[in-house]
Design a binder for this molecule. Sequence first.
Ligand code: ADP
Ligand code: MG
Length: 735
Amino acid sequence: MSDAPLRRLRQLGEVSVAELRHVGEKRVEGLKSLGIESVFDLLTLYPRRYIDRTKQVDLSDLTVGDEAAVFGEIDVITSRRTRQGKVMVEATVRDGTESIKVVFFNQAWRERQLTKGVQALFFGKVGDYRGQRQMTNPVVDVIVGATGDERDPSRVGRVVAIYPASGKAGLTSWEMGGFVEESLRRAGAFFDPLDDVARAPLELVERTAAFWGIHLPEELSEVAPARRRLAFDEFFRLQLVLALRRARLEASAAGIRHPFDPADLDVAAGELLAPESSLVRRFIAGHRFNLTGAQRRVLGEVASDMAGPLPMHRLLQGDVGSGKTVVALAAMLAARDGARQSVLMAPTEVLAEQHLASLRDDLARLSVADDSVLGGERPLSVQLLTGRVRAKDRQAVLDGLLRGSVDIVVGTHALLSEDVRFRALGLIVIDEQHRFGVEQRAVLRDEGRARSLEGADPDLLVMTATPIPRTAAMVIFGDLDVSVLDELPAGRRVIDTTWAQGPLDVEACWARVRSEVAAGRRAYVICPLVEGSERVEATSAVEERTRLATNELRGLAVGLVHGQMKSSEKEDVMNQFRAGELDVLVATVVIEVGVDVPEATVIVIEDAWRFGLAQLHQLRGRVGRSDLQSYCYLLGEPPSDEGAARLNALVATNDGFELAEVDLAMRGEGTLLGARQKGRSDLRLAKLRQDEDLLVGAQRLAVTMVEEDGAALAAMIDELRLFVDDDEATYLFKS
Ligand code: ADP
Ligand code: MG
């Protein structure tokens, strides 16, 4: 036994569950419907909970009103119809001495499931029926079924693991446990890719102990360390894939050394400069305001990436209003200092057009060297490329990009279209897009190189205004370096946020809109989110605008934007609002991200509870974009505690990073990681909040292991083949 070869996970991934003793054709099907095909799948089907039979609640200790889990054996079970015609199944459950009645309504099948002798766990509230204790419709986990082969009392140890059983697949928790146990016993000892040195700092147990401890613990105290090790492995595999991906990218990189001198960041607005100074320097000196400390620091990080030999791969996280655009702009100018072009990609046309306008404003006085023009100098050229740019204009932009006479192109996904080519693409900036996955980023990079005559890898800067907790960023953006803009421009005030709960509060809210408008400021009113239908949403927005314009906001110029309007109409309205021709803008969430109108100082969000926390924070970030005091009013009565909790959280803090933590705690990580959870590589045991140290440790170890490129890495690569698809494996694991 001792010199049997150590078992590798990948081998177990190749053993079908059909090989197990008690798994016949029917159960193979049942397991398959649960996504379990191999022995490895079984071993990573982790127990839902455990019952410590030494600490079980005795029926004699139960009192009415308790929420309890009761373990017992079915004594008598009967079924009848109630007077209302419902099927009522009634069972007497015994635990040695005492008994309790368990009643099910409309679950006729219980009579077949819970036959005499079946041992099961019943979760529920203990009620009182005519002076007797009774549980009604409890959750049931069958532990020992009534059939002989399953009923092996020797397996009822002190601690019983409860598996996610499935009535539909006809599998009990007990059977699952049996399959897992057989798998474990037959697998023998596991090969552990982590040696003592790797495990010690994080206090990780060996893999064999971990699998046994999670599935067949003798004491409950074995479970936590087992879980810790297996959770680490989940993070570790994920981080290893990210580290490998990065290493492959770097190995094949044709990076650009941009002439970005960090010393150029050390100028003050208004400073006089030598005319031959870099664009970056001229821009900063000529700008309306000084950079914040955080902007300077982040640009320093960007500068060292851009000046270095490897392509930049950086995520810029910044709270709403922290001034990410300026960072992007300076980076694009650094690219132009090396005679290269930049792309700024926005998620919507409205935002692309807004960026175009503000960039042109900010860059108006800058000229660039160009040998192909008379005098060798021309104004910096910033152009737009979206789906609604007319064919003739579009062609002109395309020509300019290819010739090099366009320096910066701002647009939407239309920028990815086949015919967009560059003379020398140096930098891609993606704004407000945290839904851009790892794969899409890789595509962008490859395309960037392929479409540039120069044939080099453009640097990449991804910006997101929806802060996510550091741990989530490490999982979702683990292939990127992260910079954080954690400082708002000087003079910003905390947005005064009120949850208007009664008619008086609501009246005060509209009064505030009127008084701010009277003082020359502007306001947004966000209409309720209507699930599933942009059309209905639009209709209700139209009605709301009319209602406000004739009632609460009578006499004010009230405009409207919603998702059903054409882009050109939207843009017209936005321009009127920006110019102050409209006082109030009634809008659906189309203005959620990025919209920047510094004079807007009030935002009213109707039925605010319908929005997610991140979205609410985004919306609120439309105001407070200058040194004027701004206000946010949340209207509506949340029908649930969660809705109320979101509104309270928003009132309590203005800090997007803090809200992101709250959001993670409230929603769990499933939603956050949604896009990346797929198949076997998902996080089953690991929890971002609770296991942060494991995640950090996993990342560190992954990076070291990839750098060392030794036997340990080879072993892990073998294991990873279980988790990545073939295409990815070919790419990642070729050496
Ligand atoms: P976001 O990070 O939300 O994209 P923006 O880049 O749109 O933020 O900047 C928000 C507002 O703050 C803009 O009006 C911008 O001009 C202004 N701003 C940016 N940086 C500074 C600064 N250093 N000092 C003063 N105002 C700034
Ligand atoms: Mg922005």
